[in-house]
Design a protein around this ligand. Structure first.
Ligand code: FAD
Length: 361
């Protein structure tokens, strides 16, 4: 996403941009819900990509439930949601195919002269290299080898369910609302997002849930070892949770969640899990290379800021390049502003997460 935000912003400003994406698979089929922050909606409309109302759903109430499902608090609150795949699809369509290369894995970046090496032995040189290669960034490991993700001692179990697979009771409970249940060292929330085909009409949407939970006595390695036996660091994809891990979490849902949330988890065919972690790079640029989006900073999802930050990193990079006559000057001013912002966001995410899960740090 960060690569596409940057590619579109710089391409439209007349720069000659190439995106190298390691994946050959269909990224569109993955991902869940995201809060459609203003920076995302502005990016889509200002670049004439899509009218954001066409790919978003809305809630007008923030509701907390009690353990037995009664309404504990209800507050008027306007929230806009979308899905990772709906935004990705629009961004991808707005970037020229002949400048977007899949199956291109970057293995090394030489920041001093902008040389990029690929896994197939090929190499190229660019005036500016933007590494938007995510939380496990190869570029960051190379530029800042001491910067590591720090596990926050809890995980996010997640799921996305087509509206048609839900009972009327569940649809009615969540429709038009951002709904939460705060339990003992856990927090679950749900909201409607567009359907897999992008539909935002009632009946064609999906219900997205995120359940922050501690490890509940399990080893992290047990949860993150998938059906192929691979020990993942940060996530297990839909359909790849080991059966005993999935069964235990489903049982926990029945035992601990309000009935509508328990029903929602039960209706989820392929739940998945992501580790919650903090990641903070000391800076975002080195010579002709910069880290953007999750590659530089990952704030906990309570901030609902990952995709929005990638969009604003990209917009601000383009603005800095416009403002400054030299690349060095542009990168220095962008780095200072965005590193400060990223640091503040990570700190905010820690406060929000530790408070909401009562982790006491
Ligand atoms: C498949 C997927 C689903 C997601 N779903 C959600 C979601 O539902 N909700 C949410 O809030 N956030 C989601 N995210 C995270 C969210 O997209 C990010 O917080 C935000 O978009 C900023 O991410 P990014 O672009 O910096 O990094 P990412 O979105 O992690 O993208 C990094 C990209 O770099 C590519 N890459 C990595 N290493 C290399 C390399 N060496 N060479 C070439 N390419 C490389 C990856 O294949 C990936 O496409 C998802 C990310 C992915 C990849």
């Amino acid at each position: 996403m960060g690569g596409l935000f940057t590619g579109i912003a710089l391409n439209r400003a007349g720069h000659d941009v190439t995106i190298a994406e390691q994946s050959t698979g269909d990224l569109r089929s993955r991902g869940g819900g995201i809060v459609a922050q203003q920076s995302i909606r502005q990016f889509l409309s200002r670049h004439d990509i899509v009218d954001p109302t066409k790919i978003t759903t809305r809630a007008s109430e923030r509701r907390f439930l009690t353990a037995n499902g009664a309404v504990r608090t209800s507050t008027a609150d306007s929230m806009v949601f979308t899905s990772w795949d709906a935004v990705y699809r629009q961004l991808r369509a707005a970037f020229p195919d002949d400048q977007y290369h899949t199956g291109r894995t970057v293995t090394r970046i030489r920041a001093t002269d902008g040389t990029v090496r690929f896994a197939d032995g090929d190499q190229t040189t660019a005036e500016l290299v933007v590494a938007a290669d995510g939380g496990q960034s190869t570029a960051r490991k190379q530029l800042f080898p001491d910067t590591e993700p720090v596990f926050a001692d809890y995980v996010a179990w997640r799921g996305v369910v087509p509206e048609a697979a839900l009972s009327d009771t569940v649809v009615d409970a969540f429709d038009g609302r951002f709904t939460f249940y705060q339990g003992e060292q856990m927090l679950i929330l749900a909201y409607f997002i567009p359907g897999a085909d992008g539909s935002t009409a009632p009946g064609g949407r999906r219900l997205n849930w995120v359940w922050y939970d501690t490890l509940t006595g399990r080893e992290r390695e047990t949860i993150f070892t998938d059906t192929t036996g691979t020990k993942n660091q940060l996530s297990v994809s839909p359909g790849q949770l080991q059966a005993p891990v999935e069964t235990r979490q489903r049982e926990r849902a029945t035992e601990t969640l309000p009935p509508v949330f328990a029903d929602l988890v039960a209706a989820t065919a392929r739940p998945f899990v992501q580790a919650i972690y903090d990641l903070q790079s000391p800076q975002m640029t080195v010579d002709r290379a910069c880290l953007l989006g999750d590659a530089a900073f990952v704030a906990r999802p309570h901030t609902a800021a990952g995709t929005a930050k990638a969009a604003s990193d990209a917009v601000e990079l383009k603005a800095a390049l416009d403002r400054h006559s030299s690349l060095g000057g542009a990168l220095a001013s962008w780095d200072e502003a965005r590193t400060n912002y990223g640091g503040r966001l990570v700190a905010q995410g820690k406060r929000m997460g530790d408070e909401r899960l009562s982790l006491g740090s």
